[in-house]
Design a protein around this ligand. Structure first.
Ligand code: 13P
Length: 341
């Protein structure tokens, strides 16, 4: 595999492929395991993720890279093979979440700023040595009638830009993820409010990336879709596709090779339908694909249920979602193909 940033970035968004976000922090993966009544231990987390990474057909055909949490990047499969090697053997790049999480922004109730820049240069060097070729930093932007404040938008965008520049210095492709959340604060906002805030945030992020001398050819953007709050009316698939594409065209330079959406709390089939609708109906200067966590894993997690005898079932469920999203990435998914499984 080529080691130039722009080649890695292009491979991450290759036709019909996308990213598996499996970088849940220890706290988040425990919450996911709680939903199936499984205990979260170092070995159960390993078993679950090994199940996904060894779903060979799905990985080879539809997964260009896997975002890992620090623990997983260092873990070995049950047979002693480093998980990084399992991922590489499937033709995918190992990636690493490097942010330290969204922390309350002092002076701004209800808003956060993502931490983790201190010591990042040294951590990136280590991660490169462990095999990571791309990374992720997630900024979380609150949304309501009165939020976000400019301070939160600006400080999160600056942190994303500093992170992205450090990654490129280290030979690692940065995934730049400014997420305007669907839920929270209080989650009843309209799709048009989401469009306004998303456009504002993305414009600010690309200003900061320019100031930080980040190479747009060597990065991937991971945005939210333009969508109603989780407690608001549900816009149609076509309206979400139209408003999302319009917002991205207004803000994301054509030099960016690809945009890989987060699922952000959409259910798995919705996340697939929305992505496919965009790719089916619009001409765009960049690739549009998935970097889903919950929307790729929910069915697999449930089918697995924490039981070794269910590994094959978990892999089948993951394989189906990966296939459906692979189709969506080329705009060729349909409800009939979804139901045929
Ligand atoms: P979801 O697709 O579950 O939102 O997770 C993607 C992700 O990596 C969020 O940072």
């Amino acid at each position: 595999m080529s080691e130039r940033l722009e080649d890695i970035a292009a491979a991450m968004v290759a036709d019909g492929k996308g990213l598996l976000a499996a970088d849940e922090s220890s706290g988040t993966i425990k919450k996911r395991f709680d939903t199936i009544g499984a205990e979260s231990t170092e070995s159960s987390r390993r078993d679950y993720r090994e199940m996904l990474f060894r779903a060979d057909d799905a990985m080879k055909a539809h997964v260009s890279g896997v975002i890992l949490f620090d623990e997983t990047l260092r873990q070995k499969a049950a047979d002693g093979t480093p998980l990084v090697d399992v991922i590489r053997a499937a033709g995918a790049f190992p990636g690493i979440k490097v942010d330290g999480g969204a922390k309350p922004l002092a002076g701004f109730a209800g808003e956060t700023v993502t931490e983790g820049l201190d010591g990042l240069r040294e951590r990136l060097t280590e991660y490169y040595g462990l095999g990571a070729r791309f990374s992720k930093w997630r900024a979380v932007i609150a949304i309501s009638d009165s939020l976000p404040n400019w301070t939160a938008v600006k400080q999160n965008a600056q942190a994303l830009a500093r992170y992205a520049a450090l990654c490129q210095e280290a030979g690692i492709v940065p995934i730049v993820e400014p997420e305007i959340t669907m839920d929270g604060t209080p989650g009843d906002h309209s799709i048009d409010r989401c469009a306004t805030v998303t456009e504002w945030v993305l414009n600010t992020v690309f200003d900061e990336l320019f100031d930080a001398r980040v190479s747009l050819e060597g990065m991937v953007l991971k945005p939210n879709m333009v969508i109603d709050g989780s407690k608001a009316r549900k816009a149609s698939v076509d309206e979400i596709a139209e408003k999302t594409v319009r917002c991205l065209k207004a803000t994301v330079p054509a030099a960016v090779p690809g945009i890989a959406f987060l699922s952000g709390g959409q259910n798995d089939k919705e996340a697939t339908a929305h992505l496919s609708a965009m790719n089916a109906a619009y001409d765009m200067p960049w690739k549009l694909t998935f970097s889903y966590g919950r929307a790729l894993q929910a069915a697999a997690l449930e089918a697995w249920g924490g039981k070794p005898e269910n590994v094959a079932a978990g892999q089948r469920a993951f394989g189906h979602r990966a296939r459906m999203n692979g189709l969506a990435a080329t705009g060729t998914w349909s409800q009939e193909l979804e139901n045929a499984a």
